[in-house]
Design a protein around this ligand. Structure first.
Ligand SMILES: [Zn+2]
Length: 147
């Protein structure tokens, strides 16, 4: 498969060559005194410049997608809590943000909370319990509080 980035670079090079030729041709048209020919060549030049802009936009978009793809290829799910990890990083990524939104959001450190241990994603507010929270006090039964 041809590398799309080198293809885009080649296309931009070809367009620059065509634009160079067009400039020279415009000079010839100017010297010939043919106003209509000169006008048409100017329009052609504008179209080439628009095309060049569009190709550069597509190249930028392609670069971003490639970067995202490279990033996703390094992300693996592992460990008992089902977290995702980016490469050799030890900080886990939020499974909700990653699976639902495709965003590699790091989770903050696990903190003690209500007798358990959890991480709270600051983006989606999902709680990940690494140790379940302990019940607070003795649970009352219906009969005990009705007496
Ligand atoms: Zn999240």
């Amino acid at each position: 498969m041809t590398d799309p980035i080198s293809t885009a670079v080649t296309i931009v090079g070809l367009l620059n060559n065509a634009l160079g030729l067009l400039k020279g041709t415009k000079e010839l048209a100017k010297n010939s005194g043919n106003a209509e020919l000169k006008e048409r060549l100017s329009e052609l030049q504008d179209h080439f410049l628009d095309l060049k802009d569009r190709i550069l936009d597509l190249k930028g978009e392609n670069d971003k997608l490639r970067e995202k793809l490279d990033q996703q290829q390094n992300i693996r799910r592992s460990g008992e809590f089902g977290y995702f990890f980016n490469g050799a990083e030890s900080d886990p990524l939020c499974p909700v943000c990653y699976e639902r939104d495709g965003k590699p959001i790091h989770l903050p450190k696990a903190i003690p909370w209500s007798g358990g241990i959890m991480r709270l994603c600051k983006v989606c507010d999902h709680q990940f319990w690494e140790k379940p929270q302990q019940p607070q006090g003795v649970a009352r039964t219906r009969s005990s509080w009705m007496e």
